[in-house]
Ligand binder design. Structure first.
Ligand code: VAH
Length: 312
């Protein structure tokens, strides 16, 4: 049985869908502190779970016979800078509870990390798994802490696994408070109005991944035999592009689309502190990671989903 925390966020419902297809509906429990929609409720088991309450987490693990935890609860980069205290609470205290409960009950724990764990001193291009990590955001600091603590517990028996995801792009659910969110918002805005005002400069290059690849990576990685992994934390990536390169690709479907660039100072400086291209060679060689979506396939499927008429 799998427990997914942060179930109402960008990745939770998609993850539940994939895992329910594989392991059965009742074997995947989605949880959050938010009230779910009727649609989410109708798809399978849903629970209130506050990651800040370890007794409650322990009671869920025991009462529902949980074996795996997929821990998605976190505040993202941009929103974390607006409320660092809250970000520390959810991302650090919350993780302390999750890692403690997972270790005590001998669970397999997946907790995503991010390109945000890197900082301006990390290599910009082909940033490897092992390198200088001096993030400048509270989000990044909390994720480095999460990686290190997970790896520490894994020396003492916990089956901890983490992937450093780039910006995740998907049509069904929207990210909340991230720096890479523009690459999702642009599709909705252009479909509605033909226009988008971008909060990053046009040449800000960042690593990205389409949500199906991202979730498949997480499931394949979680299913991989523990002994065959040579590390507990891996980079994964699929593509890198700047807003203007994304616009170029979208113009094949929307030749008349207009984009203005009005960089948000905070988000711009966060984006500039991150690598532009990740090196995920270890994920590819150790457990066979391979993305299916490049920029043109991602743009095509995003537009087909969000604005089906425009691709006719
Ligand atoms: C953010 N999407 O922008 C997140 C992320 C790739 C960075 O973890 O904050």
């Amino acid at each position: 049985r799998v427990l997914i925390t942060g179930g109402m966020g960008q990745l939770g419902t998609g993850m539940a869908k994939i895992m329910r297809n594989k392991y059965g509906n009742d074997n995947v429990i989605l949880s959050d502190i938010k009230k779910p929609t009727q649609e989410i409720l109708s798809q399978g088991p849903y629970l209130y779970a506050d990651v800040l309450d370890i007794k409650h987490l322990n009671s869920i693990v025991v009462n529902y016979g949980i074996d795996w935890v997929v821990h998605f609860s976190a505040l993202l980069s941009a929103v974390g800078e607006l409320n660092p205290r809250k970000a520390l609470e959810v991302n650090v205290d919350g993780f302390h509870n999750i890692v403690e409960s997972s270790s005590f009950h001998k669970l397999r724990l997946f907790s995503p990390s991010t390109i945000g764990a890197f900082g301006p001193d990390s290599p910009k291009v082909l940033c490897p798994d092992l390198t200088i990590m001096r993030p400048r955001t509270v989000y990044g600091v909390s994720k480095v802490h999460m990686e290190l603590l997970g790896e520490y517990y894994s020396q003492h028996g916990l089956d901890f696994r983490s992937l450093r995801f780039p910006g995740v792009i998907g049509a069904d659910t929207e990210p909340g408070g991230g720096t890479t969110d523009y690459a999702v918002h642009i599709f909705h805005s252009v479909a509605k109005t033909g226009h988008y005002s971008c909060f990053l400069k046009k040449d800000t290059r960042l690593p990205m991944i389409y949500i199906d690849d991202c979730l498949r990576a997480a499931v394949e990685f979680m299913e991989f035999p523990s002994e065959a992994l040579t590390q507990r934390t891996y980079n994964v990536t699929a593509m890198s592009f700047s807003p203007e390169e994304l616009v170029e690709e979208m113009k094949r479907y929307y030749p008349k689309m207009r984009v203005d660039y009005e960089p948000d100072e905070r988000k711009q400086s966060i984006a500039e502190s991150w690598p532009q291209v990740l090196d995920d060679i270890r994920a590819r060689s150790d457990w066979g990671w391979k993305p299916d979506y490049d920029i043109s396939r991602m743009v095509k499927v995003m537009i087909e989903k969000i604005d089906p008429n425009s691709t006719l």
